[in-house]
Design a protein around this ligand. Sequence first.
Ligand SMILES: [Zn+2]
Length: 365
Amino acid sequence: MTRTLSARRCAWRGLLLDEARHFFGKDAVKALLERMAEHGLNVFHWHLTDDQGWRLDLPGMPELVRFGAMRASSPRPGEDASSDGAPYGPFFYTARDIREIVGFAGALGIRVVPEIDLPGHVRALLAAHPELACEGAEFPREPLCTWGVCEDVLCAGSDEAVDFCGRILEAVCDLFPSEFVHLGGDECPTARWRSCPRCRERIRAEGLPDEAALQGWLTRRLAEKLAARGRRTVVWNEALRRGDLPPSAVVQVWCGNPAAEAAAAARKGHDVVLSPVQETYFTLPEGLPGDPYRYRAWVLENGWTLPADRVRAFDPFSFVPPDLAGRVLGGECCAWSESIHDRAELEYKVLGRLAAFGEALNRPF
Ligand SMILES: [Zn+2]
């Protein structure tokens, strides 16, 4: 399976760009794709939906960007608890933009893997379609204006919500030719499901042990829909803790003990992509003198930095025992954008380490 990506040691040499928290636009994305190609990277993981913004105008679903592509304010840089009071957006890509960028990437030998984060990180989706929340129509019609994990998630007990996700994925498959579609699945609190009558009924009817298993149930359904379109599902590693997934699903490891998480996923028969925070998150400061930019409080509190030398030393195969090495597709560096506000900041925080990451993943056997 890895050979469908590349015959090199690391078949998956990726970069994640989060355009939900901040939006950079076509020119910045194309410039980034060109740098990726120069450094031998071949997977552009495009994080297009989250609590704070929905950046994808899908045919026949105008509400998504009408309500989901703009938020009333954002936290001030480096001060998560304060608001800048400034409306942000509307920012989104049209179907035509997407096709243009997918074609541009393809000409550079880069595949574009879209991420539609479900069933958590969906406040912007619920802003567009309040009826898909556990609370129903009373839900506020605006994306989240703060960072962090949000308790508002998709109502997994609602047939309408499950069907709507299926329609979204159909439209995504129409736009993106990639064999892989990322369903997110990270940071999904279960508090709403615990008190929602429809979710309680789903848990009972499906014979599920608890609310956590409801996420596994939903992800399996959505993975089946993608499989029917010939696509493989990718999820973040927490999703696997919420129930088994089809073995064809790829697990991207970022949190917990990365070695243990990667080995557990590989033992279940999943291919894995390694994105451990302390090796691949460009949200950590590089530690350069005179760095003019701000970083998230949790990063600074941990005292974490990610110098280019550490990126250059990254080896995704070092996280699993040799007998599981065949399950490692490769690695991916991540540019989450809560604390990346514009193109200049994006390029400052990403480009130097992108070169180091390209070296790491193109290392010979
Ligand atoms: Zn519910």
